[in-house]
Write a protein that binds this ligand. Structure first.
Ligand code: TMP
Length: 226
């Protein structure tokens, strides 16, 4: 059975990862690759419902405070569904899967931000994800302040123009985001073979070129042997 290539994008809200994922998808498709994109939470019908509960800042008005372990478990419920419904079938068909966030986000946000610790998150990953790991993780890590300012501007715009509200996380304190930033740095130091940190705060096109270079280097040996 052919095995595709699994790439995840990670970073703080406002790091620019979603824009870069879309641009990479366009470039790889133009090169003739079969590309499947998705985001977490979301990417399936069940996942979209979970996303709405977890990201809408109005959720807690009707549901009450969401317990951090319940939040973590819902992130993994979303992930389990996406793995079964989208990721594994796409990889089996030989596609390149580009996923906007994966388990590193749970480790950074729930493990670091919510202070549940990495071990609990990694144990849940082992129990739920059936050994699935990204082949490559692009970690966009521009300076914290730049990311936060961008995320807050974007969410205000989105609320005004689309009436959507995905502000539940963005309302958290700067301290919460500092813990996430630290957790991402620790993940990058631990998983050097998989995680490529991109710390420059350059223009979109420059970062796009850097990412395309990294991905083409990773894909080259696979293309030669297949
Ligand atoms: P985004 O789609 O704009 O990146 O927003 C997703 C939000 O959900 C973001 O604030 C990070 C958060 N999140 C977690 O806290 N844990 C997770 O495991 C995932 C996938 C996302």
């Amino acid at each position: 059975m052919p095995r595709g290539f699994f790439i995840t994008f990670e970073g703080l809200d406002g790091s620019g990862k979603t824009t870069q994922l879309r641009r990479l998808a366009t470039s790889l498709t133009a090169e003739g690759h079969q590309v499947v994109t998705l985001r977490q939470p979301g990417g399936t019908a069940l996942g979209d419902r979970i996303r709405n509960v977890l990201l809408d800042s109005r959720s807690e008005a009707s549901l009450g405070p969401i317990d951090p372990i319940a939040e973590l478990t819902l992130m993994f419920a979303d992930r389990a569904q996406a793995i079964a419904e989208v990721i594994v079938p796409a990889l089996a068909a030989g596609a390149i899967v580009l996923c906007d966030r994966f388990t590193d986000s749970s480790e950074a946000y729930q493990g670091g931000g919510r202070q549940l610790g990495s071990q609990r998150v990694l144990a849940m990953h082992d129990a739920v994800c059936g050994g699935l790991q990204p082949d490559l993780t692009l970690l966009l890590l521009p300076p914290l302040e730049a990311s936060l300012a961008r995320a807050r501007r974007r969410n205000q715009r989105s609320a005004q123009t689309h009436g959507t509200d995905e502000n539940r996380f963005e309302r958290e304190s700067d301290e919460f985001y500092r813990r996430i930033y630290t957790a991402y740095c620790e993940i990058a130091q631990r998983d050097t073979g998989r995680v490529v940190p991109i710390t420059q705060d350059q223009g979109v096109e420059d970062i796009q070129r850097i990412i395309l270079d990294i991905v083409q280097q990773k894909l080259a040996p696979l293309t030669v042997t297949s």
